[in-house]
Design a protein around this ligand. Structure first.
Ligand SMILES: Nc1nc2c(ncn2[C@@H]2O[C@H](COP(=O)(O)OP(=O)(O)OP(=O)(O)O)[C@@H](O)[C@H]2O)c(=O)[nH]1
Ligand SMILES: [Mg+2]
Ligand SMILES: [Zn+2]
Length: 317
């Protein structure tokens, strides 16, 4: 039988078969996919082939093969830096939810996420959530960030999953597509899905007042079919986002604004650090490339882990 993975808990996979029913499946023996070392060989969104194993009344499936992926989002966990994890596969787009505080999302996190999405061909929409809570100053900061990323070519939108502001616009963008919501714990991924499709009643939780962070309420990635012809994958909040298997020379190509300038650098293998006649550094000094983006870029090519964070002005926090 053929189906799509809707949920994975590590050892069990919930697969929706071509017949529309859900089957609980396991993986057959040692299952490895060539070229990808990840803690999870199969992820939500994967197309799989499975056989039913009749055990009494219970029908349990055994997955024996997986179809080639259109794309996927993979990350390195920060503390187990050798371990990589595929968050989801076969996506039409990802909505990255961002909040300025409760919890704080730093630009380095956004930029690491965007680099991976560029590398694996997944379009990203930046969603600034909780706009009902911001002061004038914070609203200005959001506007600044949105214009920065818009200039590079990313779609940006300010919303409130709580009041419903602009939620219809997200819904419109989701029609007919498979999307994923990602971002730190507590940014409102599950709340937004509930706002879009109230009868799902997905569990959400308040930010911890002690740590001003989310509580990791969603623990497994899960796909839902929505009533207006869309699919959404809710994911657990991620702390850091480590990029996987990228050469130093390659990273700049996943910053669209740097990639565009590269052809004007004197050296065609310029990594925009110390080389003379570098178009990126020229653009940086002229204020045409953002310092926060360039700082993120430097951190990535230097292989620095996401152990400390910077705010949008490059101050260590
Ligand atoms: N004021 C306000 N609160 C919001 C908004 N969106 C979400 N929240 C609140 O933020 C808290 C966290 O929301 P969740 O939906 O659980 O966050 P999550 O991103 O799913 O978090 P994890 O599952 O832990 O990754 C809840 O208390 C929500 O009510 C918003 O637009 N405005
Ligand atoms: Mg959640
Ligand atoms: Zn250069």
């Amino acid at each position: 039988m053929e189906g799509k993975v809707y949920k994975s808990t590590g050892s069990w996979y919930t697969v929706k078969g071509a017949d529309g029913s859900f089957y609980e499946c396991r993986i057959k023996g040692k299952f490895r996919i060539k070229g990808i070392k990840s803690t999870n060989p199969i992820a939500v969104g994967d197309h799989v082939h499975f056989e039913l194993d009749d055990k009494g009344d219970e029908k349990v499936g055994v997955i024996h093969s997986i179809e080639d992926r259109k794309n996927y989002i993979i990350r390195k966990s920060v503390n187990l830096s050798k371990q990589t994890h595929i968050i989801a596969a076969n996506l039409d787009q990802v909505f990255l939810l961002i909040t300025l505080n409760n919890p704080i999302t730093y630009t380095i996190f956004i930029d690491r996420f965007l680099v991976t999405a560029e590398a694996y061909d997944v379009p990203v929409v930046l969603v600034f959530n909780k706009i009902d809570t911001y002061s004038q100053e914070e609203t200005d900061e959001i506007k600044f960030l949105a214009s920065l990323y818009r200039e590079i070519g990313y779609t940006c939108i300010g919303i409130s999953a709580k009041t419903g502001k602009n939620v219809d616009k997200i819904k419109e963008m989701m029609k007919g597509k498979t999307s994923m919501f990602s971002g730190h714990s507590g940014v409102g991924k599950s709340t937004l899905i509930n706002a879009i499709e109230p009868n799902l009643e997905i569990k959400t939780a308040e930010i911890s007042q002690q740590h001003l962070q989310g509580q990791h309420t969603t623990t497994f990635a899960e796909m839902f079919d929505l009533s207006f012809g869309a699919q959404i994958i809710d994911t657990p909040g991620i702390k850091g986002f480590g990029i996987v298997d990228m050469e130093k020379e390659e990273i700049g190509d996943y910053f669209p604004e740097l990639f565009e300038l590269k052809q004007d650098c004197k050296f065609n293998n310029c990594i925009h650090v110390d080389e003379p006649h570098c178009a990126v550094k020229r653009a940086l000094e002229a204020g045409k490339v953002s310092w926060s983006r360039y700082k993120s870029y430097l951190q990535m090519i230097n292989g620095e882990e996401d152990t400390y964070r910077m705010d949008m002005y490059g101050e260590r926090k």
